[in-house]
Design a protein around this ligand. Structure first.
Ligand SMILES: Cc1cc2nc3c(=O)[nH]c(=O)nc-3n(C[C@H](O)[C@H](O)[C@H](O)COP(=O)(O)OP(=O)(O)OC[C@H]3O[C@@H](n4cnc5c(N)ncnc54)[C@H](O)[C@@H]3O)c2cc1C
Length: 390
């Protein structure tokens, strides 16, 4: 059955009254764009200056958008959500690292999580970010085809090895592994690496998933090209389809450096591109597994309808719907209530390391980005239903 996204009783069933009030307060606050701009600047400064702001961050944005500072913190949340049919993806979200031992640490974390995923039915995927395993600048250099020094070549070798170790383990354990996508000027190197991993480990089914950011106008062409390679060489494609989280940065850089922005000219074109990717993959489901990572209700219902039209079971293992923890519960929980594979990304990590992630979420939820009004309206509706209004 088609999920009903208006059902706030299902959407917020796991939230206590006080958690609902915190969400209301938080979304009201971050709907104000100037406040978010000032807030993020002040917070960044306070963290760098080692001012004691971590407690404040924890009590507000952190606890709403993150599962905790370590895996143990996240476990009760994971179990709780699974009780309502919602799966979890533990996402170690420490960002902006730049030295080898930190990359090794992130790799070890991912290897550990793969073991966890194998054991826990509530966790269907592991995930990592390319720049969690290696330096951004190095990805950038390789993407540009620049020559690497001897040291850099060795560094790149270690990076490739990290990718290979986690993908190999995922394959051995038969556990699916998502790889996030980042800024376009480092992404070619990551795409080529993930392609190699798919060639190696996706022979029988999709174990390794790359991410396709459909705000990039070149992505549809890339998907079709990748599909041709997959058919010819005999591997499956794991595809996380998203719109993309770095739009402003992408447009600013393109303008500053004077090249054509890789981002679609407007939101409608991004939406059409997202739809086109889902249509294409659904038409070739023999070669694709789809992870639709979106908070967009229309995109979600479109995929639900396509499944229905093609007679695909709601819990078919090749199709997943993902939202971020702390956002769009009305989509996740109502999908799960109808038996769809609905999953939350649950970010975790030390507060200061998770800040770039939190700032992206705050920015994405300003009134300008437009998502908050919907989130707020639903929270207000549920407050009314629970008679919590002041
Ligand atoms: C489970 C999950 C995993 C994710 N993983 C990644 C990842 O690996 N990499 C990544 O980059 N992002 C990732 N994201 C974030 C995602 O890319 C979006 O930023 C976020 O989900 C908002 O898009 P939407 O489809 O949910 O909603 P919508 O509100 O429908 O769309 C907002 C998005 O549309 C695009 N957009 C807005 N205005 C314009 C415009 N004027 N012109 C062109 N495009 C426009 C932007 O991409 C913007 O983020 C993930 C999201 C989820 C839920």
């Amino acid at each position: 059955m088609r999920p009903n996204f208006e059902n706030t009783a299902i959407a917020f069933e796991l939230k206590s009254d006080s958690q609902l009030e915190r969400a209301y307060f938080l979304f009201k606050l971050i709907s104000k764009e100037p406040l978010v701009r000032i807030g993020t600047a002040v917070t960044n400064f306070a963290i760098k200056a080692h001012l004691p702001v971590e407690g404040l961050i924890r009590a507000t944005v952190f606890d709403h958008f993150c599962g905790g500072v370590n895996e143990k913190d996240c476990l009760p949340i994971i179990d709780n959500m699974y009780g309502n049919g919602v799966y979890s993806i533990l996402d170690y979200s420490a960002e902006g690292k730049s030295v080898d031992n930190q990359f090794d640490f992130a790799m070890e974390k991912t290897l550990e999580i793969l073991d966890f995923v194998k054991e826990k039915d509530a966790m269907p995927f592991a995930v990592f970010k390319p720049t969690g395993f290696g330096r951004f600048k190095l990805f950038e250099k390789v993407s540009q085809g620049s020559e690497l020094s001897e040291d850099e070549q060795a560094e790149w070798g270690r990076l490739v090895n990290r990718f290979d170790r986690v993908c190999q383990k995922a394959h051995q354990l038969d556990v699916a592994l998502l790889i996030d996508a980042e800024e376009s000027w480092m992404q070619d190197a990551a795409d080529n690496l993930v392609l190699d991993m798919m060639r190696k480990y996706n022979k029988e089914k999709a174990i390794v998933y790359n991410t396709f950011q459909m705000y990039r106008w070149d992505r549809m062409g890339y998907i079709v090209k990748l599909h041709e390679m997959a058919k010819e060489e005999g591997f499956k494609i794991g595809a996380k389809v998203v719109r993309g989280a770095y739009m402003e940065k992408e447009n600013d850089r393109a303008e500053e450096k004077g090249y054509e922005s890789p981002i679609c000219k407007n939101k409608r074109l991004t939406d059409e591109n997202f739809d086109a990717a889902i249509d294409y993959m659904m038409e070739h489901l023999e070669d694709f597994s789809i992870f639709s990572g979106t908070h967009n209700e229309k995109s979600t219902l479109k995929l639900v309808d396509l499944m229905e039209k093609r007679g695909i079971e709601s819990n078919d293992g090749r199709i997943w719907f993902g939202q971020l923890f702390g956002m769009s519960d009305h989509i996740t929980y109502n999908l799960a209530a109808q038996g769809y594979n609905a999953v939350k990304y649950v970010p975790y990590g030390p507060v200061r390391d998770v800040m770039p992630y939190l700032i992206r979420r705050a920015e994405e939820n300003t009134s300008v980005a437009g998502q908050t009004s919907r989130e707020l309206a639903l929270i207000e509706k549920e407050r009314k239903r629970r008679k919590l209004e002041d």
